[in-house]
Design a protein around this ligand. Sequence first.
Ligand code: FAD
Length: 561
Amino acid sequence: MIPFAAADRTQYLENLTTKKVHILVIGGGITGAGILLDAVNRGFETALIEKKDFASGTSSRSTKLIHGGLRYLKQAQFSLVKETGKERKIVYNNAKHLVERNKMILPFYKGGTLGAWTTSIALWLYDRLARVGKNEHKMMLKKQTTMRIEPLLNTEGLKGAGLYYEYKVDDTRLTLEIIKKAVESGGVALNYTEAIGYLYEDGKISGVKVLDVLSNTTYEIQADYVVNASGPWSDQVAMLEHKPESLKRIVLSKGVHIVVPFHRLPLKQPVYFENRSDKRMIFAIPHWEYTYIGTTDTAYSMDMDHPLANKEEVSYLVKSLSQVFPKAHISENDVHSTWAGIRPLVYEKGKTLAELSRKDEVFKSTSGLISIAGGKLTGYRKMAERVVELILAEFKSQENKTSPVLHEEALTDLSNVSGSEFKSDDDFRKLKSYCNSLCTHLQVDERVMEKVFHRYGTNTEQVVALAETFTDQVEDPYLRLELGGLLYGIRQEMVCTLSDYLIRRTNQLYFGRDQIKKFLIPVLDLLASELGLDETRKSKNLEDFMKEYDSVMQWQNEKTL
Ligand code: FAD
């Protein structure tokens, strides 16, 4: 059992106020999660606080690719491509249940930016920089082969395509499984705990004032080091300092994705294509019963807590699809769901959004606040390493700190995330086929069981065991499985609200929005009884979730100009 139950959350928080931790991390996205795991692995007593739910910020709103970022070659960001390219193999090995290897088609057209030579050279360079294994090296395809491989592509002006490999990941669960692993190894992670100010000793930061958002109670947590890993909120969190240093380190850029049913855009594999008008590159990626398409890249300065797709962005993506997949006749009516994320980009004077690097940077304020900004989901492990190694170096040079047990190396490249405790690929395949074989006994279809396995990995059996506890009370086998997942979420994944479960733990708001209502009430009832919610809090849970449910299609209410 992981000590990560929603019922014990207040206890974990109160325990934190009775001691001084070595490191306190602000922000429960992928960056904070990576730092927590790295620090815990090195023997630092470390805690993480997140003001909403884990991964509720940008880390649940990406394109969900673990990649070197082919497009960064155009900006000559070779070191970024090299580092993230190498990292993707590590993430794949450590989070096998969440990462899927896919062939990606990169078609090129007459009049487009890319041609056969440029595509070939770019992919060749990518393979070398990212140290792509020989079995995954790029291939160049002639027009006829491209059409055979992806029959939905527009054939007019098509000249051929490049084929390379990309890794798709469940970004939200990757963040969560890293946090679970860190908690299993002794770290503490609390959602709905907001940093609202700092504590100081001799002008140096010595902790954080926090607000328990669920109970509206404030606490103080003492720490030797405080790390600001709050992504798009980095500047705001840095400005909580009593003498804030005037800064503008972050530039925000919004990226939108749309989701259409797979049968409306039944791609045989992901496609990375160019919008003919503005030459931006866009992904179309099949995912279970859906295909998602994105992204956009526009300056953003509005509500950071609730970024939403607007009509213009949805229509831009739909139009881009119609250029490349005209036979599919996709219209705005096909859009099933959307999401919008905010990229925290490191500010560089005189550069446009598109030109800004996706690299990360670490800053330290005069009072000792360490902030990390920028970066990519893929590079989280190296980002964490840079932050914790900075702290490690300082720790070793200072005698007045509480004594840590230190390991020079975090060895996170060898740490499987929770749910991925497979000894080998064979072990992975065996468990997958065992889980699939349970579908007859559980009376659910194989595809549903496969999804459950890819969600929970080696923890699937715990979910199934919890589902079975409903055998006598609940007739519908699919509902039993859903309730099993919910119980597991509440007891092992810090699910505190309906939205935590339906949006972050299971992604149903984006991939399955039309089916959510089927089990909404039994799910809410179980959540309320497990968490001891009174009628007011139960209704509030439903109301908050329904707001989010409606918000992803809010763009439909905007009037066309
Ligand atoms: P976040 O995930 O935003 O986490 C910061 C957290 O801090 C938030 O959860 C927030 O609630 C919390 N917080 C804020 N203030 C406080 C406070 N006062 N107290 C406590 N907590 C606080 N990268 C890839 O590698 N591959 C991709 O395919 C990819 N696609 C992308 C597509 C889009 C549209 C976008 C926007 C980004 C994409 N990225 C991709 C980049 C990647 O998603 C981000 O770099 C990464 O998720 C940022 O993580 P983070 O932890 O720094 O920020």
